[in-house]
Design a binder for this molecule. Structure first.
Ligand code: ATP
Ligand code: MG
Length: 579
């Protein structure tokens, strides 16, 4: 895998890629020209054993995106052949996340709604029937070796495997054993059904791969009906074929599985189970984003060891986490498009996703003022108890969205960093003797500060120029370099704001067997009590704003309520990571 980090990818309209080229060629050749079915049918086939993450989003965007662009169909299918690891909870969250990303497995055809939601477990009867056929036709057999012998006889990359002593069992004997496996006569692992291919194949996946195993386990959909379960590599191609998938798209690690994919479909087609044309598998490079981990096992570890606050922690790369953080489906789709579809693995810098996010949020997000690290500013010559209205645009580029109105008064909150008692070189904000503009308000001149017994600044004093108000004629007479934001203290809305940052400090936290827990960013979450402009009291969960000078913030969809918002920082205004 190359370590080449791509950054600042340039936007491109649906770019040509090898998958589109393949589909174009198939359409031109009429490969899948069938009167009763679309000529392009893809599928997204997760295993319901965890939460979807940003890597899955890539696959969703590729599969549903191709179906959309070619007026085809994308099937939503659960590859639920592993009874022990799968649960309904995961089915529900996966469906939710796919919908949230903006895709649908439902389609209107001539006024009727078709639902293309499938479960491999719905095919268990059919898959069983096909396995009986393969055994009868001499293409599969029941192996009764111990697991240890089977592993030892598999050989390795440089060395051919050895045929199982049970390989030449008669089809009748294998069939009898298979039926008794199904009837529950044997314990887990006692027998297994294997395809009869070639124990000397240079491709390990062709050395008589297992197709059925015994598992006395409860399945979340079929209950206790079965005690034998089909293997993933057997189920997947046959499910594709049963659903008339045309282009079965997966990630590169499945390349070596393709010969078996073709083999099993071909054998079953010979047996009359499928008509040609049959599906074909294509592999593309998985999405590897820097600064995150996507292994389900490691993500589970973050949750179980309480390193994060659950699967939907806004720092998690899960889609539930990213949604809560304020990532939008549009930004994720844009990232998926921009990072393209290739055949070689590489890394995409996380800033590419953040760039897509800013691009999506900038035109959408209304502007607002928030003081995150408050310091009191007192305008000594401002009339007590006589607030004055200030206005500013909801969005500077869209005047038609109107104005926001908020008061200025004698006591304000400003950011601590907007005052320095002794200014550093090039500092233009508040320091004694310096003038700044209070954004959308007046020009003030700093006169000094109050300190506590330990010498900490607790309030800043200034005087204002009554004829300098923004938007009035007098304002032009004042030329100041600094422009700071503020909120009127008696009117401000107090709110919890969660300042999230990247969870890891290492761009490849778990590559090369590294311990990702050593790369945790200690500053990935900071919670502050902030003061917001009063109009934000109407915020509803999932509303997004740009807090001027700070970044984009979303009202937390779990903890925020009307009148008492809790905000998450989605992303800062500029990419300042590591700078
Ligand atoms: P596991 O590690 O448990 O196998 P998985 O991440 O492969 O998990 P699946 O449910 O098997 O999860 O994946 C569903 C689909 O998502 C598969 O087609 C898989 O190839 C695709 N996918 C998973 N991760 C990525 C990724 N990083 N980039 C692109 N596609 C991905
Ligand atoms: Mg997988």
């Amino acid at each position: 895998m190359s370590n080449d980090i791509k950054s600042n990818a340039t936007p491109a309209a649906p770019a040509a890629n090898f998958l589109r080229n393949q589909i174009d060629a198939d359409l031109a050749a009429g490969t899948y020209a069938r009167p009763d079915l679309p000529n392009v049918i893809t599928r997204f086939p997760p295993e319901p054993n965890g939460y979807l993450h940003i890597g899955h989003a890539k696959s969703i965007c590729v599969n549903f995106g191709l179906a959309r662009d070619y007026a085809g169909l994308c099937h939503m299918r659960f590859d639920d052949t592993n009874p022990e690891k799968e649960e309904q909870e995961y089915v529900d969250t996966i469906l939710d996340s796919v919908k949230w990303l903006g895709f649908s497995w439902e389609k209107e055809v001539a006024g009727n709604k078709q639902t293309h939601l499938y479960y491999a477990s719905d095919y268990f009867d059919k898959l069983y029937e096909m396995a009986e056929y393969l055994i009868t036709a001499g293409h599969a057999y029941v192996d009764s070796q111990s697991a240890a012998d089977m592993a030892a006889n598999r050989g390795n990359f440089g060395e051919a495997g050895k045929n199982s002593p049970f390989r030449d069992r008669s089809p009748a004997e294998s069939l009898d054993l298979f039926r008794r496996m199904k009837a529950g006569e044997f314990k887990d692992g006692e027998h297994i059904v294997r395809a009869k291919i070639d124990m000397a194949s240079p491709n390990m996946n062709m050395r008589d791969p297992a197709i059925y195993r015994i598992r006395h386990a409860h399945h979340h959909r079929t209950g206790d009906k079965w005690c034998i379960y089909p293997m993933y590599d057997y189920t997947h191609p046959l499910s594709d074929a049963m659903e008339n998938i045309t282009h079965s798209i997966c990630t590169l690690e499945f390349q070596d599985h393709r010969p078996f994919y073709d083999w099993v479909i071909e054998r079953c087609a010979e047996g009359g189970f499928f008509k040609k044309p049959v599906p074909h598998q294509y592999e593309f490079a998985r999405l590897n984003l820097t600064y995150i981990i996507t292994s389900k096992r490691k993500l589970r570890q973050l949750v179980e060891e309480a390193i994060v606050d659950g699967w939907d922690d806004p720092r998690m790369p899960t889609l539930v986490g990213m949604r809560r953080r304020g990532y939008t489906p549009e930004a994720i789709q844009l990232m998926a498009e921009r990072t393209g579809v290739t055949k070689s693995d590489g890394w995409i810098d996380y800033s590419v996703l953040e760039g897509c996010l800013r691009e999506d949020l900038d035109p959408k997000a209304p502007r607002a003022t928030a003081v995150l690290r408050p310091l009191k500013l007192i305008i000594d010559n401002f009339p007590e108890g006589e607030p004055v209205e200030c206005t500013s645009p909801v969005h500077p580029h869209f005047p038609e969205r109107g104005n926001r109105v908020f008061p200025i008064s004698k006591e304000l909150w400003i950011e601590q960093e907007d005052f320095m008692e002794v200014p550093s070189k090039g500092y233009f904000r508040l320091f004694p003797g310096n003038k700044v503009r209070l954004r959308y308000g007046y020009v003030v001149e700093c006169t000094g500060c109050d300190k506590d017994a330990d010498g900490n600044v607790i309030a800043v004093h200034c005087t204002y120029f009554a004829d300098s108000k923004s938007g009035t004629e007098g304002s032009a007479n004042y030329k100041v370099k600094g422009n700071i934001h503020w909120v009127s203290a008696p009117h401000a809305l107090e709110a919890e704001v969660r300042l999230f940052d990247r969870l890891f400090t290492d761009p490849q936290p778990d590559s090369g067997g590294k311990d990702f827990k050593l790369a945790l960013n200690p500053a990935s979450k900071e919670v502050v009590t902030a003061y917001l402009e009063p109009g934000l009291s109407a915020t509803m969960p999932e509303d997004v704003y740009q807090f001027e000078r700070h970044g984009y913030f979303v009202a937390d969809r779990v903890d925020s309520v009307k009148g008492k918002p809790v905000f998450n920082r989605v992303v800062t205004l500029k990419d300042s990571w590591g700078k």
